[in-house]
Design a protein around this ligand. Sequence first.
Ligand code: HEC
Length: 346
Amino acid sequence: MSRLLAATAIALGVAFVPSVSGAGGSEAFALAKRVAAEPPLDPASPVWLKLAPLAVALYPQTSVAPGTDAKPLIARVRALHTTQTLAIHLEWRDRAAAREPGIGRFADAAALQWPVDYGPGHALPYVGMGHASAPVALWFWRADGTAETLAAEGFGTLTRQPPDGLQARGQWKGGVWRAVFRRALAAEGEHRARFDPARSALVPFALAIWNGEAGERDGAKRLSAWKWLRFEKGSADEAYAEQASEPAPAGDAGRGKRLVSEKGCAACHVFPGNPAQPRIGPALTYAGGIHSYSYLAQSLAEPSRIVVPGKGYFAVQDGKRISLMPPFDGGEAERRDILAYLKSLR
Ligand code: HEC
């Protein structure tokens, strides 16, 4: 467990159960244990509650307006699989349950996000609902009982998909939501999450949670970074496992903090403690919690490779989106210091 994640958990007053950790004590893996019987849809079943969960931090979405200024949140993830089925159990705190949407009223909701294509050689899609040519599939549960499958290729491209057999059930009790998602490993059709543990036991996933009472819906949500599901019975490609483990930033975060002012980043981006609230680019308050090191490095080097599709963030030239952000032109040591600082923002 990272120190920062632990600190977040303590700040939130959440009791922490140690995560299922792989080699190196990474907090990024949720183990899907293999069982013989179909995993129960009942979120309160002891079959679920006796499993050790992975704690996953979710941060307010601030890349594209309207975001949310809610606080970070810890969700716990448990997983089980049979030879045919995958089931995921989520648990998070919420003081009050918002069950029915209505006029000016929103229901609590949660979603699991999966890359449609993953495995060796595939880069991760943009964590905020994918990007062009890197689609994501979403399993969406809402507290009124809705369970549906959606797909997206970037913010604002969400489309409903034909049902793929996804089932989901939630239960709120004593200030805690618990929800189970269950689906067959295989799925027909385009834009589907597909699982084949014999081929790839490692599957990236991310979480999103909406707090209905706070008016959260659509992009006003909290989201996690990409995490990894590991099928207990399956084979994992070593190179892919390597890709999954984040390199530790080599730079000096303290120097990076000074550099974002000196290099002009703070003229366009909100940083914690920055009195200016520029909205020319996305707020980076939680950038390190949401984004991978490699994504952040790419954002600096080639801003137009994945363009965050917020209003006013880009110009269109010959049908292509060009980011307003200039590529970073400083030295290697400065680049590392800035990345270390960005990774510390969570
Ligand atoms: C002229 C304004 C401007 C400057 C200066 C600038 N940026 Fe940006 N930045 C943007 C815009 C606009 C975007 C969103 C479009 C895109 O994806 O590139 C962005 C995107 C980003 C992202 C991706 C955020 C996300 O939510 O996905 C990161 C990280 C980032 N910038 C960091 C930096 C850093 C570090 C610096 C200084 C070295 C910097 N920026 C300088 C305007 C700027």
